[in-house]
Design a protein around this ligand. Structure first.
Ligand code: ZN
Ligand code: ZN
Length: 252
């Protein structure tokens, strides 16, 4: 199994997972033309995609979903709440609920419910039967279910949204600061690092920090927080950024 990131941050999120048989896009927060450019950078034609999984209806995750799916006849899977919340709804190939498992060719997908201020947000763990990949962004707190579902994954993309001090001193109005930093908002660097420590990171082949706020975080701060909390090698950590995402990583 391999994975890559088209881009990650508050201006658009999208990730790719592929096995020998299957190519799955998770979210598409970029306009169509930008999505195609980024897919091409990773050597993928849109027509090759077997499915799009959607996490939730916030624009940085769904902006490009409807057009991409319609233009290239790609099946879309999401929760009913997400579908209801989308400005440009799709014709879903299937509706998912937290805890559901879905088999797409040789990949099994587990939908995990998370605490985030969307209608029915899901995050996903994908397995080819041998290795497991987890995507975990847009959550304000880690629940027992999250810990259970992501424990033992071989590769993890995890949100490190903000540095709590930068958020407190930064330009956001108070209600937005409260939202972002709240139980249903986004994980800060420290919360995220502690979550990864609790999951047990020693068996992880890849740890990728994602959904970094451009106003309330820096890659250096996020990286340092993980290095301090986990005691891991700074060069082992990857950061997926808004502009260039992350190139393919092989899960051996
Ligand atoms: Zn988001
Ligand atoms: Zn969100």
């Amino acid at each position: 199994m391999r994975f890559a990131v088209l881009g990650s941050g508050s201006r658009g999120n999208s990730a790719l997972v592929r096995s020998s048989d299957t190519r799955i896009l998770i979210d598409c927060g970029f306009p169509l033309r930008e999505t195609l450019k980024r897919l091409a950078r990773l050597g993928v034609e849109p027509g090759e995609l077997d499915a799009i999984l959607v996490t939730h209806e916030h624009a940085d995750h769904v902006h490009g979903v409807e057009l991409l799916a319609r233009h290239h006849a790609i099946p879309v899977y999401l929760s009913d709440g997400t579908l209801q919340g989308m400005r440009k709804p799709v014709q879903p190939a299937g509706l998912l609920k937290a805890g559901d498992r879905l088999l797409l060719r040789d990949l099994e997908i587990t939908a995990v419910g998370v605490a985030h201020d969307a209608r029915e947000p899901l995050q996903y763990v994908l397995s080819d039967g041998r290795r497991r990949f987890g995507l975990l962004t847009d959550l304000g707190s880690a629940t027992a279910t999250v810990l259970e579902c992501y424990r033992g994954v071989d590769a993890l993309i995890v949100e490190a949204n903000h540095d709590s001090e930068m958020l407190a001193r930064g330009p956001y109005p108070y209600p937005l600061k409260a939202r972002v930093g709240g139980q249903w908002g986004h994980l800060n660097n420290q919360q995220s690092a502690e979550l990864v420590a609790e999951l047990g990171w020693e068996t992880l082949q890849h740890l990728v920090l994602a959904h970094l706020s451009e106003k309330n975080n820096t890659p250096q701060l996020a990286r340092q927080c993980f290095v301090d909390t986990l005691g891991c090698d700074p060069d082992w950590l990857q950061v997926a950024d808004q502009h260039s995402g992350l190139d393919w990583r092989e899960i051996a």
